[in-house]
Design a protein around this ligand. Structure first.
Ligand SMILES: [Zn+2]
Length: 217
């Protein structure tokens, strides 16, 4: 369960809350990390809260799912401060998926500080993309980094050259042009519209505008 009523720790604050950040491109096993953490907490009987920040508000299942089919219930939120009241809540771990979709300065940071100052959890785990498809840093990374005890960058495999990938890119050049014309770095769609790429292939995509074709290296 994502919000268990059983508070094994007891209804009192944790003495210190550690903030951990896991950043990385698409397909870098960020969801797998969350699902495995949730299952480990469940096995130990530790209460936790699994949240996912969603820009896409279309109704659907509220789960964090991996590409291999593992899934855990979560709660979709758009405004943490308004939708996740922490008064009287003390859980071992609070996790947030898709942290890049939060209002970092006005919502995620105040929420994180509220967790810390109120001792509402032992660990606050924040997971999300670190950069947009055109490699601009998502604000949540720079806003929260000064408060984090641990920051780990996960990597994927480049969809083009199969070397370690550190960036995300849109598969279809038309989507890139659509996003640039709209002035937005955000395209709400399926993960299939994105791919993980290394720096070299990202540069090649930008220059050559390839569409799902192996780059000539
Ligand atoms: Zn590559």
């Amino acid at each position: 369960m994502t919000t268990t009523a059983t508070l094994a720790h007891g209804p009192y604050p944790y003495p210190s809350t550690v903030i951990k950040m896991y950043i990385g491109p698409m397909f870098s096993s960020k969801s797998t990390l969350l699902v495995m953490t949730a299952r480990r907490l469940e096995a130990a009987g530790c209460p936790y809260l699994l949240l996912s920040s969603r820009m896409d508000t279309r109704p659907g299942e509220e789960v964090v799912a991996t590409h291999s089919g593992m899934r855990v219930e979560c709660r979709h939120v758009q405004c943490l401060m308004e939708e996740v009241p922490l008064e009287g809540v003390y859980v071992h771990t609070i996790m947030l998926d898709e942290s890049q979709f939060t209002d970092a300065a006005n919502d995620l940071l105040p929420f994180a500080l509220k967790c810390v100052r109120g001792g509402h959890c032992q660990e606050l785990i924040l997971v999300g993309l670190d950069s947009t498809f055109d490699r601009k840093t998502w604000p949540w990374v720079t806003e929260l980094a000064p408060y984090a005890r641990k920051i780990k960058k996960l990597s994927a495999l480049c969809s083009v050259c199969h070397q370690p990938a550190n960036a995300s890119a849109l598969r279809n050049q038309q989507d890139v042009e659509r996003a640039r014309e709209s002035g937005s770095s955000v395209l709400v769609g399926t993960a299939n519209e994105y791919m993980a790429v290394c720096n070299r292939c990202h540069d090649l995509q930008s220059r050559l505008a390839f569409q799902n074709k192996p780059a000539t290296i």
